[in-house]
Design a protein around this ligand. Sequence first.
Ligand code: AGP
Length: 368
Amino acid sequence: YMVDKGNHRHFMEKEIYEQPEVISHALGQYIDFIENKVNPMTAAIDFAKVPSLAISACGTAYLAGLVGKYWFERYARLPVEIDVASEFRYREIPLSPQSAALFISQSGETADTLASLRYCKEHGLKIGAVVNVKESTIARESDAVFPIMAGPEIGVASTKAFTCQLSVLATLAIGAGRARGTVSEAEEKALVRSLAEMPRIMGKVLNSIQPTMESLSRELSKCKDVLYLGRGTSYPLAMEGALKLKEISYIHAEGYAAGELKHGPIALIDENMPVIVIAPHDRFFEKTVSNMQEVAARGGRIIFITDEKGAAASKLETMSTIILPNVDEIIAPMIFALPIQLLAYHTAVFMGTDVDQPRNLAKSVTVE
Ligand code: AGP
């Protein structure tokens, strides 16, 4: 591929801003926007019949899979077994040959993910691949391929592949829910309408939050450690935020389930470690706010990433509050991924690191 940066300083920046476009392209493959329905699913995997689903992947793709687990369990009532590929393949997980397995990989060449795939194949499971590179080994060895259509991703830090993986997983979970009778036609229509709105909302968010993220990043670039907290689907997002920041800015960061704060990481809280709280105004909001209170009471500085309703509902003093539009629950992970990506990006720019080619990292990890 011949790909250039266009008007952007780095591929990562270009790929962040490309998201509305590539996602609408991806969704177009999976959704019938006239009927507001998910397109008929592949016959290779019978989601109506499978007793469970196994998901395996590495890094950012794994975190997309973790969000997917919440969706498959909630919308399709399908139990999901998920692990990072380097553990999955060695854990000797009892797997039913009636089950299906999904492997998520941007490159489609990650060695551990491929080994997990082969392990599941040997156990007789039906194999699905959520990949960006359609000609990849993982795609070739699968029974069903679900392309994410993100286009070439050059930046080592994955951005658009993550939100495209999420978009595809959301449609698969809704489709599985329809097949299993756990999502009604009316619910499907509502969910699909929310997905259809997503690219436009993403564009709006990307156009409005950049200056805030840039000035916040100046503060972050002075820190040695950062903690990210989230609950529900915001929990994998917290881990994704931490992964992104450490990869390209080399600042130590941890992503934690908000409820786990008092089981350990609260001991680290002081004025030197910013706590980034990802909390849309969903059914977990009040719980997360009480975790924020615990942080505030110990002098912790909070960067609060929320929506309009969340900002109105919380009276806590924060170092900064980033207010996103109120969106339906199904698209919140993709919308909330944007400030997280920009925060990591601008912090790395301030640090002067090699944003697209961070030290010690490879775009595709083909060794075990
Ligand atoms: C993401 O920012 C990372 N560079 C990394 O975690 C990546 O997601 C992981 O190596 C998996 O790669 P894949 O999607 O190509 O399998």
